[in-house]
Ligand binder design. Structure first.
Ligand code: ADP
Length: 384
């Protein structure tokens, strides 16, 4: 039914067609939001109503930024202005995984595709939004993102690393236990021969314990070592992708998520995969810390730091860090979680230090904890 061949029935027919089109679009489960060149919503499909919790009548004429979390919320007008002034396409026709904000303030990961349509009165932009929390494609996208996160020759995730360390450590630790038990039994009957044997068992036990220590060091170095590539990357992009990945976890849906990234300190010179691992771990820790809180707030901010560095801060409103953990926070095997390996932060420390930065934690303004880490700025002028 090519439009060009359709008989023209005047204004009424055009209106009818528009109505039909709207009805058709309303049957699509994904959301469609159409805006004009100043960002005002001119159409909001039924799918969008279901996804965001607003009715179309409430939103017509409103700025589309209400559907976005910070910083897109504040910056969307300037994105649009930039495109209209320069024609440079950052999202139109490209699409990306990003986050959106529902009426109740909760954020969720979406796949966003934006198209431009030239109408007689000027261009309009149509956004097609798929909710990744419910999408069947979630698995596939998650898989793709995780693949991106892990270069093939390297550890695929913190989880895999934890498992492999647990596996490798099991052997020397079992040996230590066996030698010590043998020594204890030999000491029960302290003949000269038995004492000599007990001494030998203890020597062997000490060697195994050292081996266990070496395994930890080797694996930690492995994460931060050699094949890393340093590139100029946008911190905003790294944060967005990591956020989408974190928010895919069902248990964290009701979290108020805010990012406040300094656009003047956006470019960093890092291995993007490693920085995403750091972010992922810190954000997951924050969300785990807030699991039982009635209100969950997670904020990611960045600012220009001294001497060519950018500081990234991740804050939560959780219970704060347990005093017994604080002094040893970045050491391996420190954990207060039932199933925690206590390796995440020690790996973060290794990565950040190997990239020339620092990592530390302090009480946050939100009432919980803020983790800060610094990265080399990609802005060469600032590096002086
Ligand atoms: P794991 O998550 O396996 O326990 P980590 O090294 O990532 O290992 O974290 C070590 C410990 O630090 C955690 O068990 C927890 O007690 C504490 N911790 C980390 N992040 C936070 C946070 N945001 N709020 C409170 N405690 C935290």
């Amino acid at each position: 039914m090519p439009a060009s061949g359709a008989p023209s029935g005047g204004v009424l027919a055009a209106f009818q067609r528009a109505e039909d089109l709207h009805a058709l679009i309303d049957t699509v489960p994904d959301a469609m939001v159409v805006i004009d060149t100043v960002g005002r919503i001119i159409s909001f499909s039924k799918g969008a109503e279901r996804m965001f919790g607003y009715g179309e009548d409430e939103l017509l004429g409103e700025n589309v930024s209400v559907l976005m979390p910070s910083p897109d919320r504040e910056q969307h007008d300037s994105y649009l202005g930039h495109y209209l002034a320069t024609g440079e396409k950052r999202i139109i026709g490209i699409g990306r995984v990003t986050t959106a904000r529902r009426r109740d303030g909760t954020t969720f990961p979406i796949d966003l595709a934006v198209g431009e349509v030239e109408l007689p009165d000027g261009p309009v932009f149509a956004g097609f939004i798929r909710d990744l929390t419910e999408s069947r494609e979630t698995e596939r996208l998650l898989h793709n993102l995780q693949n991106e996160l892990a270069h093939t020759s390297r550890i695929t995730s913190m989880g895999t690393l934890a498992t492999s360390i647990a596996h490798e450590l099991n052997q020397p630790l079992t040996a230590v236990t066996n030698y010590m038990q043998a020594a204890r039994d030999l000491l029960a009957d302290p003949t000269p021969d038995n004492l000599a044997l007990a001494r030998e068992a203890m020597d062997e036990s000490a060697k195994e314990a050292l081996r266990a220590g070496q395994i930890v060091h080797r694996l930690r170095d492995f994460v931060a070592r050699g094949e890393t590539t340093r590139e100029m990357v946008s911190l905003q992009r790294l944060v967005k992708e990591t956020t989408a990945l974190v928010l895919l976890d069902v248990s964290v849906r009701n979290t108020d998520f805010v990012t406040r990234l300094d656009p003047a300190a956006d470019t960093v010179l890092v291995d993007p995969v490693q920085v995403q691992q750091v972010l992922l771990n810190i954000m997951r820790n924050a969300l785990e810390a807030m699991a039982d809180m009635p209100v969950r707030q997670l904020a990611v901010a960045s600012v220009q730091d001294a001497e060519g560095m950018v500081r990234v801060s991740v804050s939560d409103c959780g219970p704060g860090i347990a005093p017994e953990v604080m002094a040893k926070l970045f050491q391996p095997f420190i954990s207060t979680k039932d199933k925690g390996m206590g390796l995440g932060l020690s790996i973060c420390h290794t990565i950040v230090t190997s990239l020339g930065g620092k990592i530390w934690a302090e009480p946050s303004e939100l009432g919980g904890t803020t983790f800060h880490f610094t990265l080399t700025s990609g802005d060469l002028e600032r590096q002086g």
